[in-house]
Design a protein around this ligand. Sequence first.
Ligand code: ATP
Length: 581
Amino acid sequence: MIGKLKFLLKYTHQYRWWYTGGLLFLALTVWVSVTIPEFIQKSIDLIALGQLGNESDFQKNVLIIVGLALALIIVRTLSRILIFIPARLIERKLKGEMFQKLSSFGKDYYDENSTGTIISRINNDINGVRMITGFGILQIGNILLSLSLTPYKMWQLSPTLTLYCVIPMVVVFVIVRIGMAVMVKNTRLRMNTLQQLSGKTISFLSGNSVIKSYNIYQWAEDEVQKENLSLFHETMRITWIRSFIMPLLSNLGQILKIVVLFAGGLYVINGQFTIGELTGYIAYAALLSQPIMGLGWVLTIFQQGFVGISSIQTIMDREGADDKRQAIDQNEKEKLFEQGIEVKNLNFTYHNGDKPVLSDISFSINPGQVVGITGQVGSGKTTLINCLNGYLRPDSGMVYFGKQDAHKLTSEDIRSAVRTVSQEVFLFSDSIENNITFGSKKATQVNPFEEVVYQSAFADELSRFTKKEKTLVGEKGIMLSGGQKQRISLARALYTPCDLLILDDVFSAVDTDTERFLIQQIFENHSAKSLLIISNRISVLEKTDYTLVLEEGRLAAKGTHEELIKQSDFYREILTLQQEN
Ligand SMILES: Nc1ncnc2c1ncn2[C@@H]1O[C@H](COP(=O)(O)OP(=O)(O)OP(=O)(O)O)[C@@H](O)[C@H]1O
């Protein structure tokens, strides 16, 4: 609880002047609201007296009421503006910070949490904080001010009548509290179901082509329907409770008016109250029901918001992949690959795996060398390159850039030297040009755009698009073929020079002619100091300085094309197969 309040204080403190202004206007709103009934009371008493000569006093009172009502509109609006705007600013700030934090997490976090769940969580949780810092604070201020000023005015008129009014208020409040507790429980369940539903919907929509090709619509529909049905039941439970509580709350004002009319009416008959005092008292009773209604809501908002804060805190308190690492200076960064990269007895087990995916792998890449990696499906090739490019973080003492232990380097520092073209291409919904130049903002040097497009064997195809490099690629590059996407991704990597360029199977989605052209361009014209190429194509591997052959996560062989023909059964097998083809 203290932690959550500290969290709220941290954010609201930054906008303290907004809130101070808002609360001042709120105090004025409450003051004006309780002052109006005083003049109503006086005006009615003047009417009741019905004496000549009271007209000017009566008119003055009515004018004051009109003036106060106009002032009420202004101060109430200002109080809302000054409190709701910082809540929106906090929401914006939190979204930015959450995104930054989420981006700092390693692969393990994204393996455990689906995108849909993360998005739904961010929206619901931050919305909860916005409700507390906006509507919640406004209501708390309103309740505290109203519940101190209004009962005071009522007490001044009649202490006994005020006590009569408290009884229905307490009864309604207790019922509302119980109802709210049940509602909050169901709201939490609903939030979880909503996260599941979002997760499933996003995954089914992005895998829509697979669902279509396997004709499994019914299964996908049933899966979504299951969550949808739970969501419906949980929402209905909330609606039922709300439909019971809301009328109770909104009729509280009427209940109080009846109490006041009955008891206060007797006072008027007995001459203890004037008719004006009774009218004023009824107006106060109506004013009092508003903060009581607000109290019910405020408790729900805080309960729900606190659930959101816990969830945000779990994300914010989680260590980012590089939190404990110190970034190196520019000079060190530039020299990072000066002595190449060395891998010493590398072992790697995935956080969710039970046995090592890589065992005892040692090799080195000197500047200027071209190294190949080959091996069967699932032998650990991608895992190995991800241990070099900082995407996965093996233990210390296993990967070195010169004398620098990669374990101590931040991912950003590693990536300033190592660039990877991965198997899974990701394109942004933007133009081809922006997709290629993306990521070069911090680069001190870039290669000519036309040159990298040519080297990536994409120049001919690009010239055929009507809008050339300005062509929009659509969501995740939907407008392009797999091979085109792969070559845009290659052009992106070639655009900014790097020390070690890693290519993960970039030749898999191209025809033989394009492959030949790409090999020639990459081997002869690349601007990187070294290349590390994953491929099972002999035409590629035979051109490397040496190749690593992986088998079930172990280094089964290492050598040049000629050496591997003698040493490795797997290498010989793929050579024979490709020669036959
Ligand atoms: N995120 C992960 N969590 C747990 N295990 C993983 C993860 N990613 C890969 N693996 C496992 O690690 C092993 C090696 O996978 P990896 O992708 O490195 O192989 P690969 O040789 O690159 O395969 P391919 O030729 O199909 O690309 C596989 O058994 C795979 O199941």
